[in-house]
Design a protein around this ligand. Structure first.
Ligand SMILES: Nc1nc2c(c(=O)[nH]1)N[C@@H](CN(C=O)c1ccc(C(=O)N[C@@H](CCC(=O)O)C(=O)O)cc1)CN2
Length: 276
């Protein structure tokens, strides 16, 4: 059986270090999280962000807006926080309701406060090797590689999924770490033939248990970003953990893998912004 990457433990260790850093800061870092509507999963993630911020000593605020809020109202709220020196980070929880143009909202956030790393300015900086703000999930995965001594240099990494928040930034970060990167997605013909070539396999497609052991090369490092509900209501990843753990050399579980690192890296970028 492969080794399990304990994202919860790594996140706790990093958060303890962050708490020490924040304790020594005169002006505390501030983070505002804006959530629109009642999506239950988003509500949970936002609550967890607040709990983590409080634990570390970050001053945090959650703005809960009704599903009916207009795009203009949301933009003007963001503009208020852009001017507010008490907040070093602004985050709008995704997904947004259908009537709101996500691109316009992300563009409204001052890039200097964009702790999610989703603003096109920060995306461009990351793509040109000048990263300042990095999307938190890919950033957390890179920290996991570091902590578990996974060297990407010269390895074949396969990213399954091409979203703006995980797949595309992950592709860039792995490329910058000198991996040869292949991106596969829903239109890839014979996905298993592609993933079986991977030394490092990162999966973010939102399809419960899509990846079974027939998709994985023996000894591969497998990172599961998926967060799905099984028909029984259980939280499951995109990877069939029970099968794949016997083939992989290192593997993340769901829950307790990538998720806790996403929130941790958000705190990291908020603190760094406050230190600037
Ligand atoms: N503005 C953003 N929106 C979204 C992001 C993001 O990075 N920025 N990512 C996801 C959701 N997300 C954070 O927002 C997130 C998802 C899951 C977890 C997590 O810790 N999961 C736990 C399990 C939690 C549970 O029991 O339900 C785990 O994996 O152990 C953290 C953050 C989409 N939106």
């Amino acid at each position: 059986m492969g080794e399990i990457i304990d994202g919860r433990k790594l996140a706790d260790e990093m958060q303890a270090n962050m708490a020490e850093t924040v304790a020594s800061m005169v002006k505390k870092p501030g983070l505002v999280v804006i959530i629109v509507g009642e999506n239950p999963a988003s509500q949970t993630y936002v609550r967890n962000k607040e709990k983590t911020a409080v634990k570390i000593g970050i001053h945090s605020k959650i703005d809960r807006l009704p599903e009916t809020v207009s795009e203009d109202e949301l933009v003007s709220l963001i503009e208020t926080y852009n001017q507010d020196d008490n907040f070093h980070g602004i985050l709008v929880q995704l997904p947004l309701p259908k009537h709101i143009d996500e691109d316009r909202i992300l563009l409204a956030i001052d890039p200097r406060k964009d702790v999610d790393g989703f603003h096109p300015f920060n995306v461009g900086k990351m793509m040109t090797g000048q990263a300042e703000m990095i999307p938190c999930t890919p950033y957390g995965i890179m920290k996991m590689f570091e902590a578990y001594n996974v060297d990407l240099n010269g390895k074949h990494a396969v990213m399954v999924g091409r979203s703006n928040i995980v797949g595309k930034p992950m592709m860039h970060l792995m490329l910058d770490a000198n991996a040869t990167v292949t991106v596969a997605h829903s239109r890839t013909v014979d996905l298993a033939a592609v993933t079986k070539e991977a030394d490092i396999l990162v999966v973010a497609v939102g399809q419960g248990h899509l990846i079974d052991k027939s998709y994985v090369k023996p000894g591969a490092v497998v990172i599961d970003v998926g967060m799905n509900r099984s028909p029984e209501g259980k939280l499951i990843g995109d990877v069939n953990f029970e099968e794949v753990k016997d083939v992989a050399s290192l593997i993340t579980p769901v829950p307790g893998g990538v998720g806790p690192m996403t929130i941790t890296m958000l705190m990291d970028q908020t603190i760094r912004n406050a230190q600037k």
